[in-house]
Each structure stands twice: as C-alpha cells, then as structure tokens.
Design a protein around this ligand. Structure first.
Ligand code: ADP
Ligand code: MG
Length: 701
C-alpha cells in the first residue's frame, strides 16, 4: 500500500525537481508522478566507447559521435534563409555545424574552450561536410558508472532552459531511483518470468535507464516490452469477458431447414476454408447464450455477404428476425438482389426498407415486421428509426465501415428485450497486430482467402504523358465488351475545384470516346440521390461503357463486367483507399486491370504507395505498408484510441512479443479466470491498479 503511494507522489517533491521543473515536465512531457518519470524511457543510447575523428568520416548514412571544440559561431542570411553555423574542430580537422531553428538558444550556449560530445548524421553541402541540428552534450566529468552506454532522453527547449537536458533528466532519474528502487515490485508471475528468462522488473527499469552494456539494455527492453503488451492484452480480454457475461445473448440452438436447404440445394459453389471457419465461429457464439459482438474483416470480394446471409438463416431457423444494414441505398438494393437470387425457391421473406420506400410499401413492411412475417430486413439508416418495430430481432449485420453514434447504437440495441447479436463487416483490412491491440476486446474474425478462380487484378503505373496509350487500351477493352471506371480524387478544400477536375475529365473523355459508339456516365457527391442512382444503374445495366466519378463509388458497388479501374492523380489517394477502389474490378471472370495515373512529380511517400499497389493485391500487406508509412496514429479509426500510445513496444517490430503476450494472457485467464491462484497475485494487483486509472473505450458497432 505504502509502495503504491510513494510512486504516486507528484514530481514536485522529487529531489532536484521542485514546482517550476515539475510544471514544465507536466506540460512538455505529461509527466506528473514518480511513476510517470520511471516510465519515461530513453529513446536511444550513446555508446561512449565509439568515437569518430573528423578525418575518418566517410559514411554519410549513419549517425556518428565526435569529440571536439565548437568555434566561430555566426548567424548567416536573412528571413527564411537565416541560419547559424559553427566549426567543430578536433585534432584531425574541421566540420561545419548548422542550425536553422532555435538559433537564439544555440547562440551563446557553447564555450569555445570546452570540449563537447557531438552526435548526428554528417552530410555534404557545397563539397563541405556538415551536421545539421546535432545533438550536443558536455563531456562527462567522470561519471559514477563504468558503463559505456548512456541513455538519451527527449527534451525540449523549455525543459533545457531549466537545465532538463538529457543530462538533467538523467540526474533526476538517478534521484528517483535513490528513493524508489526498493519499492519497485515484480508484476509478472514467476511462471512467465521463467518461461521467457525475463529479468526482474526492478532490474529492467534500472537497466533501461542506466544500462551496463548493450546486452543488459536489450534484456531490459524485452522484459519491458513484454510487460507492456501483456497487460494491455490482459486488460482487453478481461473487459471482453466482463462484457460477454454481463450481456445475455439469444440462444440459437439449432441449424435447421432454412440453412440446410440453402446449403444443400442453393449454394452455387464451395465455401472457402476461411468462410467455413468464420461461419463456425459465429455458430459457436450463437449457441453460447452470450451476446456476440463480432468484427468480420475480409478483403473486397472475399465473400463476407454470403457469410452474413448464412448466419441470418441460422437466426431464421431459430425463429429470430435479422436485419442487414448498408451505408447507401445503392448497396442496400444490391444486397437485396443478390440475397433474393441466393434464396430462390426457399420460403423466406426478405424486404428492403430505405428512405425512398413508398409510403404504402413502408406501411405493409412495418406491419409484417411486427407480426414476424418478414425474416430478413435489409436497409439503410432508415432501419434504426423508432417506428421500425420487430417481432423478435435476434441478429444485426452492419456492412462496410458503418459508423454509428452512441445514440443510434443504443436505439438498435433496444429493438428487442436484450441486444441482438451483432456482426460488423469491414473491407478495410488493418494489420493483425493492430487488430489484436485495437479490437482485442471484441470477437474478431478474418476471411483471409479469396474464392478460387479469381484472376488477381493487374496493376500498372502510367505517367500522365501516356494518356493516348491509356485511351487505346480502354478502347480495346470496351471492344471486348468490358466497362471502365475513371476515378478522380476528392480534395476537400474546394468542392468546386474538384468538380472542375471531374468535369474537365468528363469532357476530355467524351471527346475521346464520342457517341454514338460510346456512352459515358458521370457520378459525383453533389448530384441528387435519384440522379446518382439513375447513372449508376445505367452503368450497371451496361448502357454506358465508362463511368467517370469521384470516390463515391468507393464502397461496395458490384459491377462484375467492369474490368478496368483508372485512378487519376493516384498519388493523392491513401493506400487503403486505392486498394478499395481497385476492389471494384476483378469481380468477374475476366482479367481486370487497375491503372494508376500520376504526374512526374511524386513525393517519396507517394512513390512508395504506388509501388506497393503495383507489387501486391494483398489487403493485409497493403495495410502493413500503410502502417509503416503513416504510423499507427493515422490509421483509419485508431485516432481516438489511447491504447496505441505505447511506451516502449512497437506494433510492427514487436509482433512476436505481442503474439506471445496475447497468447499468454488468454491461457492465463482460461486457467485462472479471476486470477485467484497464489502465483498470479502480483499480476492481479497490478491489473487492478492500471484498470482503475485507464478509461474504458467503447465498442465499435
Ligand atoms: P465482399 O462483401 O466480401 O466484398 P461478396 O460477398 O460481395 O464479397 O462476394 C463477392 C462475390 O464472390 C459475390 O459475387 C459472391 O457471390 C461470390 N462468392 C462468395 N463466396 C464465394 C465462394 N466461396 N466461391 C465463389 N464465389 C463466391
Ligand atoms: Mg460487400
């Protein structure tokens, strides 16, 4: 008890801190307590045994460390070109140091009589070597340890102004350890510690800040990464267990006539292994008497809708109604058509309810829904309205990235005595490591296999100068009876400008593809819903060969005869969006193509995105690439989840540790659900502690 209190002490009471420094530590680094500082890990280490002499520098790709004197500092240039330069001198030569920012801080900071330690990456400018914005520290006045490794901490100008440079931070961390070292308790079981030969928690925390050598530092790092990931997983899984057991679920005990008739008589193809696996997972949930809240991820075209349909048939077999909600009217209609086709000859009643359902129709549907004559109701947001009353709703499927507010979600959940089972389907793959962390408290299924016989879409990158060739290619495809999408980016800043790009594109296309030989559709977000639908349907029915549009066609639209996707200004799109767009073709039997048009001017990141698209069709690989390019914070839907603010682990690099940690957390809870066994006391205590302080975050449906 007392120990917990000590670590909760505000930093202002730490020797060497005081109110002023405490204030800045809080504002700049969000460090409030002793414990926060304990977990403020260094971001790298200086190996003090390795120095370069200036005349030895020959590799311009690595960071190096030099000892020398800083002389002749001066400001050069005006305005934006203003910079500060100085000479770094050692016994073998001179190299220039350059600053473009923070000049007033640097100016009088370094004495020409003192020797400094400089760290940075040299580069060449005007055939002279220089280092821009080097890290500079004073040479140790003989440190207390004999270690060659020295921790380096992120600091800031404001911190540095109060003496909290990396050195200063190290000093207060030293003070911290003097006070708390003996109160650092283990939080893992000896079982886990032995299994992975982990160092103790105390050893790890000491060694991460004050490593003796690289070996101890690495061991400390592994221990702390494992600990971090293990407790995140444990927390998520405990939350999931609590949610599952708190919320009762409808019991679908049998698979009956509807499912079996469909499976035996109507299913036109073999299910893929992945589809079978997911249906099994859903069936298990249905039969568990607990509430299902499941996320189903699967690449475009992987057959998620069919899985949803078969699950709805199980609901019907148990006298429960289902509903399938799509984000747009067009998609809802598409679902209705394909489901009706699948269910031909089976006496199951499926209806469609959207904003444009006629009043008479609506009245009839609402009546029959109430009496239970309708088994499956497909629709848009209109489904959540209060007047939509089910007889016995047991299962809800939500298609494609359909985000609800809390209010809407609650409405849906209230449509029966307890909440219906929920299946959310999404075609935006996220990397597995991310899903484990982000959705660790949900039931989670993946379809990671496409139906057989699909020809992978071939993807090419054309510069704008090859437009004539592009048109030629399009004409050949159209001559074969195929159809073509041409998509323009939406640039939010100016919708009128977007529209202009789109209209210009449309005009040039109609010139190159004139009537009567060719018919061209156009669809964009500012059109009336009815006009949009009219144009979409013309394209779907093959009356037009080319569809010029903005990204409104991104989600879910299914025109199997379309075999070419041209994306204009492809460099403006994010990877997941490019992948979604490409998923609009390759749905039929013919070879399909995706052509990425760009100008010659490409940023490095833009180039990587295009190259990734050309290289692979695998949505998960693309998601990983996206994660690497943008970092976890920017991935769709992850922004608000603090869970990704990891202190030491890295979701990309530490995938193995994450998997082990998740696996261990699951089997621990299986073996000892309330963590009552003696060996698990430390884990339970620590979990209680962090669970009280961290906020819960909502479920995604
Ligand atoms: P998603 O919703 O995952 O993008 P769909 O469910 O729309 O994919 O399926 C895409 C197409 O593949 C549909 O025409 C569907 O009928 C077909 N399909 C689904 N499962 C299979 C399968 N196992 N074998 C062959 N075709 C399948
Ligand atoms: Mg779909």
């Amino acid at each position: 008890m007392q120990q917990a209190n000590l670590l909760d002490t505000p930093l202002t009471y730490l020797k060497g801190v005081g109110p002023k420094r405490a204030d800045v530590l809080l504002k700049e680094l969000e460090l409030a307590t002793f414990e926060d500082l304990l977990y403020y890990y260094p971001f790298r280490y200086i190996d003090r045994s390795k120095f370069y002499r200036i005349n030895e520098i020959n590799d311009l790709s690595i960071n190096i460390q030099i000892k020398g004197f800083i002389k002749n500092g001066k400001e050069i240039g005006q305005g934006r070109g203003k910079r500060y330069t100085a000479q770094l001198v050692d016994e073998t030569g001179t190299i220039e140091l350059v600053w473009f920012k923070g000049i007033k801080w640097i100016k009088d900071k370094y004495s020409p009589k003192k020797e400094y330690l400089i760290y940075g990456k040299p580069s060449q400018y005007n055939r002279k070597l220089n280092i821009t914005h080097p890290e500079i520290s004073e040479i140790e006045q003989e440190s207390s340890t004999s270690s060659n490794l020295q921790a380096v901490y992120h600091s800031s100008e404001k911190l540095a102004a109060l003496g909290l440079t990396t050195k200063g931070i190290q000093k207060i961390i030293q003070n911290l350890f003097a006070q708390v070292a003996n109160t650092i308790e283990e939080n893992l079981s000896s079982d886990l510690i032995h299994r992975y030969k982990l160092v103790s928690r105390k050893q790890a925390l000491v060694a991460i800040h004050f490593p003796e050598d690289t070996n101890t530092q690495k061991k400390a790092e592994i221990r702390l990464k494992y600990e971090e990931l293990f407790f995140i997983q444990l927390r998520l899984i405990v939350e999931k267990i609590i949610r599952t057991y708190k919320t009762p679920g409808y019991f679908f005990e049998k698979v009956g006539r509807f499912f079996n008739t469909f499976f035996n008589d109507n299913l036109p193809f073999e299910l893929t292994g992945a589809q079978k696996k997911v249906i099994k997972e859903i069936r298990q949930d249905f039969g568990s008497k607990h509430h299902m809240n499941r996320l189903l991820q699967g690449d475009v075209g992987s057959g998620k809708t069919l899985v949803a349909l078969m699950s709805m048939l199980i609901a019907a077999d148990n006298n429960y109604q289902s509903s399938l909600m799509a984000p747009t009217e067009i998609l809802a209609q598409q679902h209705l058509k394909s489901i009706q086709k699948f269910l031909k000859g089976i006496d199951i009643r499926v209806e469609l309810l959207t904003g444009s359902t006629s009043t008479a129709n609506r009245r009839k549907i609402l009546e029959d829904l109430k009496t239970g004559e309708i088994h499956i109701l497909i629709g848009t947001h209109a489904l959540i309205e209060d007047r939509v009353v089910f007889n016995n709703l047991g299962f809800v499927v939500i298609d494609e990235q359909h985000r609800f507010g809390v209010q809407q979600r609650a409405k849906l959940w209230r449509k029966n005595k307890y909440p219906p089972h929920i299946l959310v389907m999404t075609a935006t793959p996220i990397p597995r490591t991310m899903a484990m962390t982000l959705y660790g408290d949900l039931d989670y299924s993946v379809i990671d296999e496409l139906p057989p016989g699909r020809k992978p879409v071939q993807t090419y990158h054309f510069f704008d100068s090859k437009r004539i060739a592009l048109f030629g290619f399009m004409k050949k495809q159209i001559a074969k009876g195929r159809q073509v999408y041409i998509v323009y980016p939406l640039i939010n800043e100016s919708e009128t400008l977007d529209l202009k790009d789109l209209n210009d594109g449309y005009n040039s296309i109609t010139r190159a593809f004139p009537i009567p030989n060719y018919q061209v559709s156009i669809v964009h977000g500012q059109m009336k819903a009815a006009d949009k639908e009219y144009e979409m349907n013309r394209f779907k029915n093959g009356e037009t060969q080319i569809m010029v549009s903005t990204t409104v066609i991104e989600v879910g639209v299914d025109v199997p005869n379309a075999s070419v996707m041209v994306i204009e200004n492809a460099e403006r799109f994010g990877l997941s969006q490019l992948h979604q767009l490409r998923g609009r073709v390759g749905r039929g039997a013919d070879q399909s193509y995706c052509i990425l048009m760009t100008s010659y001017k490409l940023s490095n990141e833009g180039k990587t995105r295009i190259e990734t698209m050309v290289r692979t069709n695998d949505g998960f690989e693309i998601a990983e690439a996206d994660l690497r390019l943008r970092g976890p914070g920017d991935l769709q839907g992850t922004q608000q989840s603090g869970i990704l603010a990891l202190k030491i682990a890295d979701l990309i690099k530490d995938e193995k540790i994450l998997k082990a940690a998740r696996h261990d957390a699951i089997s621990l809870l299986k073996d000892d659900p309330s963590l009552n066994k003696e060996g698990n006391t430390l884990i339970r205590n620590y979990l209680n502690k962090i669970q009280k302080t961290k906020a819960n975050w909502g479920i995604i449906s």
